[in-house]
Design a protein around this ligand. Structure first.
Ligand code: AMP
Ligand code: ZN
Length: 135
């Protein structure tokens, strides 16, 4: 279903023009207008989901298949040195547009971008406790 107030619904369904690099019945892949690197793309489902939590299993599968296709195309056509997949859920995790999207970011040696985190130093007990909680 589409959400009439959602800009990514409009882009995904072709109501707002975009620089589309792939499209099929359920997804559109567009260039990000604020790219981390040259070629940074967004995989947008045509149906509205706020984030990963409410994405259908079927669409989730299609998104990862598309991510692989786009990553391989970036390797071939941009000759990039690597590719990051980034997917943010909720504001605390950096989501700014509340329509599920997967970033596909081509990476180049010395491209100056940092996508990462500060590694923690948990004790064995802390790791055991979180493992027990999550399994
Ligand atoms: P996130 O922080 O994961 O929600 O990412 C939102 C991304 O959408 C950012 O990288 C923006 O640059 C990008 N973005 C926002 N508006 C548009 C737009 N109209 N067309 C393409 N990309 C957009
Ligand atoms: Zn939407």
């Amino acid at each position: 279903m589409k959400d009439n107030n959602c800009i990514f619904c409009k882009i995904a369904n072709g109501e707002i023009p975009s620089r589309t690099i792939e499209e099929n019945d359920s997804l559109r892949v567009v260039l990000d207008v604020g790219p981390a690197t040259k070629g940074h793309a967004l995989i947008l489902p045509k149906n509205h989901s706020k984030n990963l939590y409410d994405l259908s299993e079927e669409t989730a599968t299609e998104v990862i298949r598309m991510a692989k296709k786009v990553a391989l195309k970036m390797k071939e056509k941009l000759n990039c040195d690597g590719v990051n997949l980034v997917q943010n859920n909720e504001e605390a995790a950096g989501q700014t547009v509340f329509h599920f999207h997967m970033h596909v970011i081509p990476r180049f040696e010395n491209d100056g971008q940092v996508i990462g985190w500060k590694p923690g130093q948990p004790s064995a007990e802390e790791l055991d406790a979180i493992c027990d909680l999550l399994k």
